[in-house]
Design a protein around this ligand. Structure first.
Ligand SMILES: [Zn+2]
Ligand SMILES: [Zn+2]
Ligand SMILES: [Zn+2]
Length: 253
């Protein structure tokens, strides 16, 4: 399986509009973070988790020519705003795009993208096929997905384990029983917002402690704010098996 980090930034991205801190002024390409999303190439299939506002730019940058499904972690705008651009795949693949998410998340998509679901098939609008999921394992074209329940302040969010890879974003809590589903993963991508604690995201220290408990061979941090610090400097402070993610990073699992 090949995993590509399409975006590793928090909801505002990095740089932040109007900010002139050293991270936002950095010329290091690893300090330029689009909104979080990840591309999985597994079993000959192409699957993306979350379509934030930078979706179009991300799939163009990574030359993602085919897309078999889009999976959502939760309904926040930084994870859904780019949905309209799946139209390109409708046109090139001549089929509706399968969308996977919890009922609550799909209902929110219906409200925010009402024109897609109005029943009036205006020419050129996105065409989607909804697949409600729960905490139970499911398959996308034969690829097994294990949902991992996490909490994002009070909001229930899903992470996903696919084979030996686990992706968890927008969390600040995971129960012991859900940790058991993650254990044994060779690679984990986990959110770490900033140095200071936050109400709905793991801080850097909390993410490190969780990863030390889960013990993957490798881990990468994502959903990063400009407040975390410069990529180059923060990396030096991390245990060897944990790296900061950056946009475009590819992981073979
Ligand atoms: Zn987010
Ligand atoms: Zn800044
Ligand atoms: Zn969120």
């Amino acid at each position: 399986m090949k995993v590509t980090l399409l975006g590793t930034g928090t909801s505002q991205g990095v740089p932040v509009i109007g900010c002139s801190c050293e991270v936002c002024r950095s010329v290091d390409y690893r300090d330029k973070r689009l909104r979080v999303s990840v591309h999985l190439q597994v079993g000959g299939k192409s699957i993306i988790i979350d379509s934030g506002p930078d979706f179009r730019q991300q799939v163009l940058r990574e030359r993602i020519r085919t897309l078999d499904a889009l999976v959502f972690t939760h309904e926040h705008k930084d994870h859904t705003a780019g949905l309209d651009d799946i139209r390109a795949y409708n046109f090139s693949q001549h089929k509706d795009m399968p969308l996977y998410g919890e009922e609550r998340v799909l209902e929110q998509l219906k409200r925010e993208f009402a024109y897609i679901f109005s029943g009036i098939q205006y020419p050129g609008i996105p065409r989607v096929e909804l697949h409600p999921i729960t905490e139970e394992p499911f398959e996308i074209e034969g690829i097994p997905f294990i949902p991992i329940r996490v909490k994002h302040y009070k909001l229930p969010v899903l992470g996903y384990r696919v084979g030996d890879f686990t992706y968890i974003t927008d969390a600040n809590y995971i129960s012991e029983s859900e940790k058991e589903k993650v254990r044994g993963s060779k690679a984990i991508v986990l959110n770490a917002l900033r140095q200071e604690p936050h109400i709905s995201h793991f801080s850097l220290q909390e993410a490190i402690e969780l990863l030390e408990d889960l013990q993957p061979e490798r881990a990468y941090l994502t959903h990063i704010s400009h407040l975390l610090g410069l990529h180059r400097e923060v990396e030096l402070t991390l245990p060897d098996f944990i790296r900061l993610g950056y946009d475009g990073l590819q992981i073979e699992v």
